[in-house]
Design a protein around this ligand. Sequence first.
Ligand code: SAH
Length: 354
Amino acid sequence: MTELTKVLHHRIAQNGPMSLAEFMETCLLHPAHGYYTQQDVFGASGDFVTAPETSQMFGELLGLCLAQSWQDQGCPAPFVLLELGPGRGTLMADILRATSRIDGFHQAMRLHLFEASKKLIDQQRKSLIGFDPVWLDNLADLPNLPLFCVANEFFDALPLHQYQRKGEGWHERQIGLTDGQLSIGLNKNPSVTPQLKARIEDTAEGDIVEINPQTRAIAAQIGNHIEAYKGVAIIIDYGNWRSLGDTIQAVKNHQFVDILKAPGEVDLTAHVDFEAIVNAAACAASRLTPQGVLLERLGITPRAQTLAKNLSGPALEHHIAAHRRLTHPDEMGTVFKALALFPKASSPPPGFQT
Ligand code: SAH
Protein backbone atom coordinates (compact mmCIF):
# COMPACT_ATOMS: atom_id res chain seq x y z
CA MET A 1 0.00 0.00 0.00
CA THR A 2 1.48 3.41 -0.98
CA GLU A 3 1.69 6.16 1.66
CA LEU A 4 -0.94 8.07 -0.26
CA THR A 5 -3.27 5.06 -0.33
CA LYS A 6 -3.23 5.17 3.49
CA VAL A 7 -4.10 8.90 3.41
CA LEU A 8 -7.00 8.21 1.02
CA HIS A 9 -8.34 5.29 3.12
CA HIS A 10 -8.26 7.46 6.23
CA ARG A 11 -10.07 10.34 4.52
CA ILE A 12 -12.78 8.10 3.05
CA ALA A 13 -13.27 6.34 6.40
CA GLN A 14 -13.78 9.75 8.05
CA ASN A 15 -15.74 11.69 5.40
CA GLY A 16 -17.26 9.07 3.10
CA PRO A 17 -16.59 8.62 -0.63
CA MET A 18 -14.68 11.39 -2.44
CA SER A 19 -15.11 12.86 -5.91
CA LEU A 20 -12.68 11.90 -8.68
CA ALA A 21 -11.57 15.55 -8.61
CA GLU A 22 -10.51 15.28 -4.97
CA PHE A 23 -8.85 11.93 -5.70
CA MET A 24 -6.94 13.32 -8.68
CA GLU A 25 -5.85 16.50 -6.90
CA THR A 26 -4.67 14.54 -3.85
CA CYS A 27 -2.78 12.01 -5.98
CA LEU A 28 -1.00 14.68 -8.00
CA LEU A 29 -0.39 17.45 -5.48
CA HIS A 30 -0.55 16.09 -1.89
CA PRO A 31 2.28 18.07 -0.21
CA ALA A 32 4.05 15.00 1.23
CA HIS A 33 3.10 12.13 -1.11
CA GLY A 34 1.74 13.67 -4.34
CA TYR A 35 3.01 12.61 -7.74
CA TYR A 36 4.29 16.02 -8.90
CA THR A 37 5.54 16.95 -5.44
CA GLN A 38 7.61 13.77 -5.00
CA GLN A 39 8.76 12.06 -8.15
CA ASP A 40 11.14 12.80 -10.96
CA VAL A 41 8.52 12.29 -13.59
CA PHE A 42 9.92 13.56 -16.88
CA GLY A 43 12.19 12.06 -19.50
CA ALA A 44 13.28 8.60 -20.58
CA SER A 45 14.02 7.53 -16.99
CA GLY A 46 10.74 9.04 -15.70
CA ASP A 47 7.18 8.15 -16.58
CA PHE A 48 6.52 10.18 -19.71
CA VAL A 49 8.27 12.40 -22.26
CA THR A 50 6.52 15.65 -23.18
CA ALA A 51 7.02 17.53 -26.46
CA PRO A 52 9.59 20.04 -25.11
CA GLU A 53 11.52 17.15 -23.55
CA THR A 54 11.50 15.44 -26.97
CA SER A 55 13.15 18.22 -28.95
CA GLN A 56 14.27 21.84 -28.60
CA MET A 57 12.41 22.57 -31.85
CA PHE A 58 9.03 22.54 -30.07
CA GLY A 59 9.88 25.45 -27.74
CA GLU A 60 11.80 27.34 -30.41
CA LEU A 61 8.85 27.37 -32.80
CA LEU A 62 6.34 28.30 -30.08
CA GLY A 63 8.69 31.06 -28.90
CA LEU A 64 8.88 32.56 -32.38
CA CYS A 65 5.10 32.23 -32.76
CA LEU A 66 4.59 34.18 -29.50
CA ALA A 67 7.16 36.80 -30.54
CA GLN A 68 5.50 37.25 -33.95
CA SER A 69 2.12 37.77 -32.21
CA TRP A 70 3.77 40.30 -29.90
CA GLN A 71 5.09 42.19 -32.94
CA ASP A 72 1.72 41.92 -34.73
CA GLN A 73 0.08 43.54 -31.68
CA GLY A 74 2.51 46.48 -31.85
CA CYS A 75 5.34 45.27 -29.55
CA PRO A 76 3.59 46.27 -26.29
CA ALA A 77 6.06 47.05 -23.51
CA PRO A 78 6.10 45.93 -20.80
CA PHE A 79 4.24 42.63 -21.23
CA VAL A 80 3.88 39.40 -19.25
CA LEU A 81 5.29 36.15 -20.61
CA LEU A 82 3.56 33.37 -18.67
CA GLU A 83 3.81 29.59 -18.66
CA LEU A 84 1.21 27.43 -16.94
CA GLY A 85 2.69 24.22 -15.47
CA PRO A 86 6.31 24.62 -16.68
CA GLY A 87 7.54 21.16 -15.56
CA ARG A 88 11.34 21.19 -15.66
CA GLY A 89 11.44 24.62 -17.33
CA THR A 90 12.66 23.15 -20.63
CA LEU A 91 9.94 24.69 -22.81
CA MET A 92 10.47 28.17 -21.35
CA ALA A 93 14.28 27.88 -21.67
CA ASP A 94 13.84 27.03 -25.39
CA ILE A 95 11.35 29.90 -25.86
CA LEU A 96 13.78 32.34 -24.23
CA ARG A 97 16.74 31.16 -26.33
CA ALA A 98 14.75 31.40 -29.57
CA THR A 99 13.46 34.89 -28.77
CA SER A 100 16.78 36.33 -27.55
CA ARG A 101 17.45 38.03 -30.89
CA ILE A 102 13.94 39.51 -31.28
CA ASP A 103 14.45 43.22 -30.91
CA GLY A 104 13.05 44.51 -27.59
CA PHE A 105 11.27 41.26 -26.61
CA HIS A 106 13.40 40.31 -23.62
CA GLN A 107 13.70 43.91 -22.46
CA ALA A 108 9.90 44.32 -22.42
CA MET A 109 9.13 40.88 -20.96
CA ARG A 110 8.16 40.21 -17.32
CA LEU A 111 8.52 36.44 -16.91
CA HIS A 112 5.85 34.73 -14.79
CA LEU A 113 5.31 31.04 -14.03
CA PHE A 114 2.31 29.23 -12.54
CA GLU A 115 3.40 26.03 -10.81
CA ALA A 116 1.95 24.02 -7.92
CA SER A 117 4.93 21.76 -7.14
CA LYS A 118 7.72 23.15 -4.92
CA LYS A 119 10.07 20.48 -6.21
CA LEU A 120 9.48 21.59 -9.81
CA ILE A 121 9.82 25.27 -8.86
CA ASP A 122 13.38 24.42 -7.72
CA GLN A 123 14.10 22.78 -11.09
CA GLN A 124 12.58 25.73 -12.98
CA ARG A 125 14.76 28.14 -11.00
CA LYS A 126 17.84 26.22 -12.19
CA SER A 127 16.72 25.97 -15.83
CA LEU A 128 15.87 29.68 -16.01
CA ILE A 129 18.86 31.14 -14.20
CA GLY A 130 19.40 34.79 -15.14
CA PHE A 131 15.75 35.43 -16.11
CA ASP A 132 14.37 36.16 -12.65
CA PRO A 133 10.89 34.63 -13.00
CA VAL A 134 8.01 35.50 -10.68
CA TRP A 135 6.02 32.45 -9.50
CA LEU A 136 2.31 33.21 -9.16
CA ASP A 137 0.24 31.38 -6.53
CA ASN A 138 -2.91 32.80 -7.99
CA LEU A 139 -3.62 33.94 -11.56
CA ALA A 140 -5.68 36.80 -10.14
CA ASP A 141 -2.29 38.35 -9.22
CA LEU A 142 -1.27 38.73 -12.88
CA PRO A 143 -0.16 42.32 -13.55
CA ASN A 144 -2.57 44.33 -15.72
CA LEU A 145 -0.38 44.05 -18.83
CA PRO A 146 -0.63 42.33 -22.23
CA LEU A 147 -0.28 38.59 -21.65
CA PHE A 148 1.62 36.12 -23.85
CA CYS A 149 0.96 32.70 -22.40
CA VAL A 150 1.85 29.10 -23.19
CA ALA A 151 0.55 25.88 -21.61
CA ASN A 152 1.72 22.45 -22.73
CA GLU A 153 0.26 19.39 -21.01
CA PHE A 154 -1.00 21.59 -18.16
CA PHE A 155 -4.79 21.37 -18.46
CA ASP A 156 -4.68 17.55 -18.63
CA ALA A 157 -3.40 17.51 -15.02
CA LEU A 158 -6.31 19.52 -13.58
CA PRO A 159 -8.75 17.51 -11.44
CA LEU A 160 -12.17 16.77 -12.89
CA HIS A 161 -15.54 15.38 -11.86
CA GLN A 162 -17.24 12.52 -13.69
CA TYR A 163 -20.98 11.92 -13.92
CA GLN A 164 -22.85 8.92 -15.27
CA ARG A 165 -26.24 9.25 -16.93
CA LYS A 166 -29.24 7.39 -15.50
CA GLY A 167 -32.49 8.24 -17.26
CA GLU A 168 -32.68 12.05 -17.47
CA GLY A 169 -30.41 12.51 -14.44
CA TRP A 170 -26.69 12.36 -13.61
CA HIS A 171 -24.89 10.69 -10.72
CA GLU A 172 -21.34 11.58 -9.71
CA ARG A 173 -18.71 8.85 -9.85
CA GLN A 174 -16.84 8.64 -6.56
CA ILE A 175 -13.96 6.80 -4.94
CA GLY A 176 -14.96 4.74 -1.90
CA LEU A 177 -13.83 1.59 -0.11
CA THR A 178 -15.07 -1.93 -0.92
CA ASP A 179 -13.68 -4.80 1.19
CA GLY A 180 -10.82 -2.56 2.31
CA GLN A 181 -9.82 -1.60 -1.26
CA LEU A 182 -10.30 1.67 -3.15
CA SER A 183 -13.18 1.29 -5.59
CA ILE A 184 -15.25 3.45 -7.93
CA GLY A 185 -18.98 3.80 -7.35
CA LEU A 186 -21.88 6.16 -8.02
CA ASN A 187 -23.36 8.72 -5.65
CA LYS A 188 -26.96 7.66 -4.95
CA ASN A 189 -28.20 11.24 -5.08
CA PRO A 190 -28.44 12.88 -8.50
CA SER A 191 -26.22 15.90 -9.26
CA VAL A 192 -27.81 19.11 -10.42
CA THR A 193 -24.79 20.88 -11.96
CA PRO A 194 -26.33 23.13 -14.67
CA GLN A 195 -23.74 22.11 -17.31
CA LEU A 196 -25.00 18.53 -17.12
CA LYS A 197 -28.48 19.48 -18.33
CA ALA A 198 -27.13 20.46 -21.74
CA ARG A 199 -25.48 17.05 -22.15
CA ILE A 200 -28.82 15.19 -22.20
CA GLU A 201 -28.96 16.04 -25.91
CA ASP A 202 -25.74 14.32 -27.00
CA THR A 203 -25.54 11.37 -24.58
CA ALA A 204 -27.29 8.05 -23.96
CA GLU A 205 -28.10 5.95 -20.88
CA GLY A 206 -24.91 4.95 -19.02
CA ASP A 207 -22.65 7.52 -20.72
CA ILE A 208 -20.03 9.30 -18.63
CA VAL A 209 -19.29 13.00 -18.98
CA GLU A 210 -16.51 15.01 -17.35
CA ILE A 211 -16.61 18.52 -15.92
CA ASN A 212 -13.47 20.34 -14.93
CA PRO A 213 -14.13 23.44 -12.78
CA GLN A 214 -10.43 24.47 -12.58
CA THR A 215 -10.07 24.34 -16.36
CA ARG A 216 -13.07 26.63 -16.72
CA ALA A 217 -11.84 29.03 -14.02
CA ILE A 218 -8.31 29.29 -15.44
CA ALA A 219 -9.55 29.63 -19.04
CA ALA A 220 -11.90 32.41 -17.88
CA GLN A 221 -9.07 34.25 -16.12
CA ILE A 222 -6.65 33.99 -19.05
CA GLY A 223 -9.33 34.71 -21.69
CA ASN A 224 -10.71 37.75 -19.85
CA HIS A 225 -7.21 39.08 -19.31
CA ILE A 226 -6.33 38.76 -23.01
CA GLU A 227 -9.54 40.49 -24.08
CA ALA A 228 -8.93 43.33 -21.61
CA TYR A 229 -5.16 43.85 -22.00
CA LYS A 230 -4.27 42.11 -25.32
CA GLY A 231 -1.88 39.19 -25.86
CA VAL A 232 -2.34 35.52 -26.84
CA ALA A 233 -2.43 32.10 -25.19
CA ILE A 234 -1.26 28.93 -26.90
CA ILE A 235 -2.66 25.80 -25.29
CA ILE A 236 -1.43 22.37 -26.37
CA ASP A 237 -2.74 19.13 -24.96
CA TYR A 238 -4.40 15.88 -25.84
CA GLY A 239 -8.14 15.91 -25.93
CA ASN A 240 -11.03 16.83 -28.11
CA TRP A 241 -13.60 19.50 -28.78
CA ARG A 242 -16.06 17.94 -26.34
CA SER A 243 -15.48 15.24 -23.73
CA LEU A 244 -17.47 12.03 -23.76
CA GLY A 245 -16.65 8.97 -21.68
CA ASP A 246 -14.14 8.26 -18.94
CA THR A 247 -10.82 9.70 -20.13
CA ILE A 248 -8.85 9.58 -16.87
CA GLN A 249 -5.69 7.55 -17.34
CA ALA A 250 -2.74 6.54 -15.21
CA VAL A 251 0.79 6.10 -16.55
CA LYS A 252 3.88 4.63 -14.90
CA ASN A 253 7.17 3.95 -16.71
CA HIS A 254 5.58 4.79 -20.09
CA GLN A 255 2.82 2.14 -19.54
CA PHE A 256 -0.89 2.54 -18.78
CA VAL A 257 -1.90 1.22 -15.33
CA ASP A 258 -5.08 1.05 -13.20
CA ILE A 259 -5.83 4.52 -11.72
CA LEU A 260 -6.41 2.99 -8.26
CA LYS A 261 -3.31 0.82 -8.23
CA ALA A 262 -0.54 3.02 -6.82
CA PRO A 263 -1.90 6.47 -5.90
CA GLY A 264 0.84 9.12 -5.73
CA GLU A 265 3.29 6.98 -7.69
CA VAL A 266 1.59 7.15 -11.09
CA ASP A 267 0.72 10.08 -13.31
CA LEU A 268 -2.99 10.83 -13.64
CA THR A 269 -4.32 12.86 -16.56
CA ALA A 270 -7.55 13.31 -18.48
CA HIS A 271 -8.42 14.53 -21.95
CA VAL A 272 -8.79 18.28 -22.21
CA ASP A 273 -12.25 19.55 -23.11
CA PHE A 274 -11.29 22.37 -25.48
CA GLU A 275 -14.90 23.45 -25.91
CA ALA A 276 -15.05 24.22 -22.18
CA ILE A 277 -11.93 26.40 -22.50
CA VAL A 278 -13.36 28.34 -25.45
CA ASN A 279 -16.76 28.78 -23.76
CA ALA A 280 -15.15 30.06 -20.56
CA ALA A 281 -12.87 32.58 -22.30
CA ALA A 282 -14.25 36.04 -23.14
CA CYS A 283 -11.74 36.55 -26.00
CA ALA A 284 -11.62 35.01 -29.50
CA ALA A 285 -10.41 31.45 -30.11
CA SER A 286 -8.78 29.71 -33.07
CA ARG A 287 -9.92 26.47 -34.59
CA LEU A 288 -8.49 23.38 -32.87
CA THR A 289 -5.32 22.48 -34.81
CA PRO A 290 -3.47 19.15 -34.66
CA GLN A 291 0.00 19.61 -33.15
CA GLY A 292 1.70 18.14 -36.24
CA VAL A 293 -0.11 20.57 -38.55
CA LEU A 294 0.74 23.54 -36.32
CA LEU A 295 4.44 22.64 -36.15
CA GLU A 296 4.62 22.14 -39.94
CA ARG A 297 3.00 25.55 -40.47
CA LEU A 298 5.50 27.11 -38.07
CA GLY A 299 8.38 25.64 -40.08
CA ILE A 300 9.54 22.56 -38.20
CA THR A 301 10.84 20.83 -41.33
CA PRO A 302 13.32 23.54 -42.42
CA ARG A 303 14.35 23.98 -38.76
CA ALA A 304 14.93 20.21 -38.48
CA GLN A 305 17.03 20.25 -41.66
CA THR A 306 19.19 23.10 -40.37
CA LEU A 307 19.83 21.32 -37.06
CA ALA A 308 20.52 18.02 -38.91
CA LYS A 309 23.47 19.58 -40.77
CA ASN A 310 25.56 19.55 -37.58
CA LEU A 311 24.55 16.05 -36.49
CA SER A 312 25.66 12.54 -37.40
CA GLY A 313 25.37 8.95 -36.14
CA PRO A 314 23.07 8.28 -33.15
CA ALA A 315 22.49 12.02 -32.53
CA LEU A 316 21.13 12.39 -36.07
CA GLU A 317 18.94 9.28 -35.68
CA HIS A 318 17.61 10.68 -32.41
CA HIS A 319 16.86 14.04 -34.02
CA ILE A 320 14.99 12.46 -36.95
CA ALA A 321 12.96 10.31 -34.53
CA ALA A 322 12.11 13.39 -32.43
CA HIS A 323 10.86 15.28 -35.50
CA ARG A 324 8.68 12.32 -36.38
CA ARG A 325 7.44 11.92 -32.82
CA LEU A 326 6.31 15.56 -32.59
CA THR A 327 4.53 15.65 -35.95
CA HIS A 328 3.54 12.22 -37.27
CA PRO A 329 -0.17 11.26 -37.06
CA ASP A 330 0.79 7.88 -35.53
CA GLU A 331 2.72 9.60 -32.74
CA MET A 332 1.94 12.99 -31.12
CA GLY A 333 0.97 14.78 -34.34
CA THR A 334 -2.79 14.18 -34.27
CA VAL A 335 -3.64 13.17 -30.70
CA PHE A 336 -2.26 16.46 -29.40
CA LYS A 337 -4.22 19.56 -30.37
CA ALA A 338 -3.39 23.25 -30.22
CA LEU A 339 -5.73 26.13 -29.47
CA ALA A 340 -4.97 29.85 -29.52
CA LEU A 341 -6.83 32.52 -27.56
CA PHE A 342 -6.45 36.11 -28.77
CA PRO A 343 -8.31 39.46 -28.55
CA LYS A 344 -11.49 39.76 -30.64
CA ALA A 345 -9.97 42.76 -32.41
CA SER A 346 -6.77 40.85 -33.46
CA SER A 347 -5.98 37.99 -35.83
CA PRO A 348 -4.91 34.55 -34.59
CA PRO A 349 -1.19 33.91 -34.04
CA PRO A 350 0.89 32.41 -36.91
CA GLY A 351 -0.04 28.78 -37.63
CA PHE A 352 -3.62 29.12 -36.34
CA GLN A 353 -6.88 29.82 -38.19
CA THR A 354 -10.36 30.86 -37.13
N1 SAH B 1 4.67 21.86 -19.51
C1 SAH B 1 5.65 20.89 -19.08
C2 SAH B 1 5.16 20.02 -17.90
C3 SAH B 1 3.86 19.28 -18.08
S1 SAH B 1 3.43 18.31 -16.64
C4 SAH B 1 6.08 20.05 -20.26
O1 SAH B 1 5.46 20.14 -21.29
O2 SAH B 1 7.08 19.31 -20.13
C5 SAH B 1 2.24 19.34 -15.79
C6 SAH B 1 2.80 20.53 -15.08
O3 SAH B 1 1.72 21.24 -14.49
C7 SAH B 1 3.78 20.23 -13.95
O4 SAH B 1 4.73 21.25 -13.91
C8 SAH B 1 2.85 20.25 -12.73
O5 SAH B 1 3.52 20.38 -11.50
C9 SAH B 1 1.98 21.42 -13.07
N2 SAH B 1 0.67 21.43 -12.39
C10 SAH B 1 -0.19 20.40 -12.27
N3 SAH B 1 -1.31 20.80 -11.63
C11 SAH B 1 -1.16 22.12 -11.35
C12 SAH B 1 -1.97 23.10 -10.72
N4 SAH B 1 -3.17 22.79 -10.22
N5 SAH B 1 -1.50 24.36 -10.63
C13 SAH B 1 -0.28 24.69 -11.13
N6 SAH B 1 0.54 23.78 -11.74
C14 SAH B 1 0.12 22.53 -11.84
